[in-house]
Design a protein. Structure first.
Length: 293
């Protein structure tokens, strides 16, 4: 049973906690001499938690009750440890809603997806999991995008790389269009699992790091499209126009196979053949890589 909420005590805790944090601890610019408040400003906490300044202000003033998703993002934004997080939910009267620290079940690559990757030798393919995490890829996807094996596992996320990796960002000739669609896809997923702490962390990180993400996330546009066209400019083979199709596994795991193909006989098809031939010389036979998240 949820405890009785104390909005004024919650506000006092939020004010005290943000006063204890330095901006640089949260990925914000270091404190300057003109700063007139100790710790974080309200607008900085709001940005970190991907909520409006007005909503956060009302939380501190005890004029609104915090929802469970907002508590999850605030816990991440304010760097709360387990005891502090438990106390936050207690003050908000939502102890029953607090996500367990054990987290979600690890995402293991399905054997069927692995077999598909092994067979797709001439076209880029990725397996996406929850939150658009990149669970697996084939050598041609590495040749198109980047060496995913060299990316730390906790950073190996399609949306995160779209916004933070300069090479992948520059690869997209229509980056703004493709990035907005990816944000809308993540927003669609968030509606089904809004309490996911890893989702809150991803949204919080990108909110701080990129103004476009802040704007597009706040627009709450959703998109579940499973096909489309992507335009790339690759440093080795030049411009590519590729059809992007995504298929769900259908087993409830949330895993999706994303495949990029080109019209046979087109310059883009020739470009993919060059990439496949080039990467075949760089990799060993068992080249499809995978990880668990």
């Amino acid at each position: 049973m949820s405890s009785h909420p104390d909005p004024h005590a919650l506000g006092a805790f939020l004010r005290a906690r943000r006063a204890q944090l330095r901006p640089e601890q949260c990925g914000l610019p270091a404190t300057d001499s003109a700063r007139r408040v100790t710790g974080l400003r309200r607008e900085e906490v709001a940005a970190l938690a991907a909520i409006s300044v007005d909503y956060y202000t009302r939380l501190e003033q005890g004029r609104v009750r915090a929802s469970t998703p907002v508590l999850a993002t605030l816990a991440h934004a304010l760097h709360l440890d387990e005891d502090e997080e438990r106390y936050l939910y207690q003050l908000a009267g939502r102890t029953d809603d607090r996500p367990q620290r054990r987290g979600r079940r690890p995402q293991h690559l399905r054997p069927a997806m692995r077999r598909l990757l092994d067979q797709l030798t001439h076209t880029p393919a990725l397996v996406l999991g929850r939150r658009l995490d990149i669970l697996a890829w084939n050598p041609t996807a590495t040749a198109l995008y980047t060496d995913f094996a060299a990316v730390p596992a906790h950073q190996r996320n399609y949306l995160r790389l779209m916004f933070t990796d300069p090479a992948i960002r520059g690869l997209h000739r229509e980056w703004a269009h493709d990035a907005r669609d990816a944000v809308a896809a993540l927003r669609m997923e968030a509606g089904a699992d809004s309490d996911d702490p890893e989702l809150a962390r991803l949204v919080g990180d990108l909110t701080v790091q990129d103004a476009d993400f802040r704007t597009w996330w706040a627009q709450q546009r959703v998109n579940s499209a499973t096909y489309g066209t992507k335009h790339y400019r690759h440093p080795l083979v030049g411009d590519l126009t590729l059809d992007c199709d995504t298929w769900s596994g259908g087993d409830g795991s949330g895993q999706r196979l994303m495949v990029l193909t080109a019209e046979p006989g087109s310059p883009s098809h020739d470009g993919l053949r060059i990439l496949a031939s080039w990467t075949a010389r760089q990799t060993e036979p068992d080249a499809a890589r995978h990880t668990s998240r």
